[in-house]
Design a protein around this ligand. Structure first.
Ligand code: ZN
Ligand code: ZN
Length: 350
C-alpha cells in the first residue's frame, strides 16, 4: 500500500509543478512585435488584385497581419482567414510527420474600410480598423464636420478611425485636424507616390503637421502605411506594397490583441528600421535599435519635441531622452544610413 500512496504524492506534485509555469504565463504574457499594414486596396475598389492575392503578398513577405481597406467597401475576411489557418494546420501536421519545424506562420486578416468622402476640393479619407459593418461617406457642411461625422460613424460601427494622407490634394491642415473629437490616429507616412508626405511650397510635411498638432496638445499617434493598389505592375510611380508599416506590441496575434495595442499607442511606425524595444520609464523614452542584417548600416536617433525641435541626437544602437519639466512631449525618429526610418509614438509630460 505504501508505494501506491508515494506514487499518488508524486503524481500530485507533478500536477502542481505542471500548473506553475502556466499560471506564471497567464499573469505575465510575453509581449512581442507583430508587423502589419493597415491600409491596402483590392479589386473590391481601385486595386489590381483580389483580396486573396493581396493577402498572400503580405503573408509571403513576412507580415503578421493586414487590414483590407477599400473605398467605402468592407471586405469580409472570414473565409480567407479560414484558408490561412488551414495552411498553418496542414503545415504543422506535415512538419510532425517529417520531423521538421513548421514553416508556415499564422497570418491575421483584420476587416476595414477607407471611408472616402470629400468637401469642395478636399479629399477626406478616414480609415476604419476592425469595423463590424460598412460605414460609407457621411458628408457634412465643412471639412471638420465631414471628418467628425466619418470618425463618429466609424466608432459607431465598432472600428478605430485614422485620418489618411492629409496632404493628398492638399486637403487637410492642422486647423482642420485640431478640432476633432475621438481621433487618436493619423498617417505620418503613406507609400502612395501622389499623397505628398514631404510637403513643399509652404505646406508642412506630415511629420511637421504631427509636431504642430502635438505642440497644440492634440494627442495623436502616427501611423505608417502602404496604401498599396498595385501588385501586378511595379515601379516608383506605382502605389506598390512594402513601403510603410507598423509593429504593434501584443501578447498574441489575435484581432483583439492587435486592436488593443493599436488603440493604446503601443506600436511604432517604420519604412525599414527595426526596433528591438521602445520603453517609457517615467519621463524617459528609451529606444533600442535592432541590427537586422550583418551589415555596416549606421543609425541616428533624433529625439523631437514641440514644433519639430530636435532635443537630442543619439548615435548608438541604444538611446534615451528624459523630458524636462516644461517640455510637453518627446518622440523619437530613428534614421538609418540607408534612408529608412522608424517613428516611435510620443510620450507626454503627464
Ligand atoms: Zn485615400
Ligand atoms: Zn487608400
Amino acid at each position: 500500500m505504501r508505494h501506491i500512496s508515494i506514487g499518488k504524492t508524486w503524481l500530485l506534485l507533478a500536477l502542481l509543478w505542471a500548473t506553475i509555469p502556466c499560471a506564471a504565463r497567464a499573469q505575465a504574457p510575453e509581449l512581442r512585435w507583430w508587423k502589419g499594414n493597415t491600409h491596402t486596396h483590392t479589386l473590391n475598389a481601385d486595386g489590381d488584385s483580389s483580396p486573396g492575392e493581396v493577402a498572400h503578398w503580405y503573408r509571403d513577405h513576412g507580415y503578421d497581419f493586414l487590414v483590407l481597406s477599400d473605398h467605402n467597401y468592407r471586405t469580409s475576411v472570414e473565409e480567407l482567414q479560414r484558408e490561412f489557418d488551414r495552411e498553418v494546420e496542414l503545415d504543422e501536421i506535415r512538419a510532425r510527420e517529417d520531423k521538421r519545424k513548421p514553416q508556415v506562420s499564422k497570418f491575421l486578416l483584420i476587416p476595414g474600410e477607407e471611408v472616402t468622402d470629400k468637401f469642395d476640393k478636399a479629399q477626406i479619407h478616414v480609415n476604419a480598423l476592425a469595423s463590424l459593418r460598412v460605414v460609407g461617406a457621411q458628408g457634412g457642411k465643412s471639412k471638420t464636420e465631414v471628418l467628425q461625422r466619418n470618425i463618429d460613424a466609424i466608432i459607431a460601427a465598432g472600428g478605430v478611425p485614422s485620418v489618411n494622407h492629409p496632404n493628398f490634394a492638399w486637403s487637410l491642415t492642422a486647423d482642420d485636424l485640431a478640432a476633432l473629437r475621438s481621433l487618436k490616429h493619423f498617417e505620418i507616412f503613406n507609400g502612395h507616390p501622389d499623397v505628398h508626405c514631404q510637403g513643399g511650397g509652404g505646406w508642412p510635411s506630415l511629420e511637421d503637421l504631427w509636431d504642430e498638432l502635438l505642440a497644440r496638445g492634440v494627442r495623436l499617434y502616427g501611423v505608417a502605411v502602404d496604401d498599396a493598389h498595385y501588385f501586378q505592375k511595379w515601379g516608383p510611380r506605382e502605389s506598390n506594397p512594402g513601403r510603410g508599416w507598423i509593429f504593434v506590441r501584443a501578447p498574441a496575434l489575435t484581432g483583439e490583441a492587435v486592436r488593443r495595442a493599436y488603440e493604446a499607442g503601443d506600436f511604432y511606425s517604420s519604412t525599414g528600421v527595426v526596433l528591438e524595444d521602445v520603453r517609457r520609464d517615467g519621463r524617459t523614452l528609451r529606444v533600442r535599435i535592432a541590427r537586422e542584417h550583418d551589415d555596416d548600416a549606421k543609425f541616428t536617433t533624433f529625439f523631437i519635441g514641440p514644433r519639430g525641435k530636435v532635443l537630442a541626437v543619439g548615435k548608438d544602437l541604444e538611446a534615451s531622452f528624459t523630458l524636462e519639466p516644461g517640455t510637453a512631449y518627446v518622440r523619437a525618429r530613428v534614421v538609418s544610413s540607408r534612408g529608412e526610418n522608424a517613428w516611435t509614438q510620443p510620450i507626454f509630460q503627464n
